[in-house]
Design a protein around this ligand. Structure first.
Ligand SMILES: [Zn+2]
Length: 298
């Protein structure tokens, strides 16, 4: 039998880009960024990933995949993903494992990011902590004494906690989910409402407008932060965490909304606000995925 290379590969599949890299004892090395191109389907993406890995490594030790969406870990299936329309009940682990000829682990992107943060001690290894990623949706992870809690499989899906009984319809089938009020699409909707025009604007541009103190952008972040605070209050009541860590694409603009979340939180409860922003690089997800693959194949 051929000896493996000792490399643990990490793959972060996002709605727009997929990042690939490997972990060795001396650190994590990013090797490629490619377009996810969801319309071409998962088979096509996995073939590209496998080809890229094979250029460097013919006998990987393991691979880990982090993906935004509902993941059935025991079967290695992607159940569904709001970022990847049409990708349903797809056996990522089985298919990638046969292509790479090595063990593969998969999990959702927030859990994978949290694994990286636990490994680097950014998240303490004792106590109860919540991790929240803010971006296209809201990801969540519950960490107790350095271990992720899964419950019967899907614990931590905070983005689908209902905050408005008859609110906006969500792809998960429910209405009024938190991520319909405190993730990218909601921020854009608030901006359009205050700017009174309907042109497309990205969260990054709204942050730029806010840095120039433009009214519509400041109001959009205020409304966004208020909804964020509403959800965070419920999470404090449910978990009484030692603290919350936040990361994700929208956190670059946290100076414009986190203070409003805190105001709303104090309006609703008397707990101590302990919310920290985790620094993150664009390849943190792929590194966390590689760590997961390594840990689960030990
Ligand atoms: Zn939902």
């Amino acid at each position: 039998m051929q000896a493996n290379s000792g490399m643990h590969w990490g793959i972060d599949i996002g709605g727009t880009t997929t990042i690939i890299g490997y972990l060795k004892p001396d650190g994590f090395f990013k090797t490629a960024t490619l377009e996810t191109n969801p319309i071409s389907g998962p088979d096509s993406l996995l073939k590209s990933i496998s080809r890229i890995i094979d250029e460097t490594d013919h006998a990987p030790y393991s691979a880990g995949v982090g993906i935004a969406g509902l993941v059935e870990r025991s079967e290695g299936m992607l159940v569904s993903s709001p970022n990847l329309p049409g990708w349903k009940d797809y056996p990522i682990r089985g298919n990638l494992s046969s292509m790479l000829n090595c063990p593969v682990a998969i999990d959702n992107d927030c859990n994978v990011f949290a694994l990286g943060a636990i490994e680097s001690s950014s998240i303490p290894d004792s106590g109860l902590w919540l991790m929240i990623t803010l971006g296209t949706g809201i990801g969540g992870t519950i960490i107790h004494d350095g271990t992720i809690l899964y419950g019967s499989g899907y614990a931590g899906e905070f983005g689908h906690m209902a905050v408005e009984a008859s609110g906006k319809k969500c792809l998960c089938g429910s209405t009024g989910c938190w991520e319909k009020y405190a993730a990218s699409e909601a921020l854009i909707d608030y901006y359009k409402k205050y700017a009174k025009h309907a042109i497309y604007i990205s969260p990054k541009e709204i942050a730029h407008q806010a840095s120039l103190k433009r009214y519509a952008a400041l109001k959009a972040f205020e409304e966004f932060g208020t909804w964020l605070g509403i959800g965070l209050t419920s999470l404090y009541h449910c978990f009484s965490p030692d603290g919350v860590f936040m990361a994700g694409g929208l956190m670059g603009a946290s100076e414009f909304f986190l203070k409003h979340a805190e105001t709303e939180f104090h309006r609703r409860c008397t707990r101590t606000w302990k919310v920290n922003v985790l620094p993150s690089s664009s390849d943190a997800g792929a590194e966390g995925a590689a760590i997961m693959g390594r840990n689960r194949t030990k």
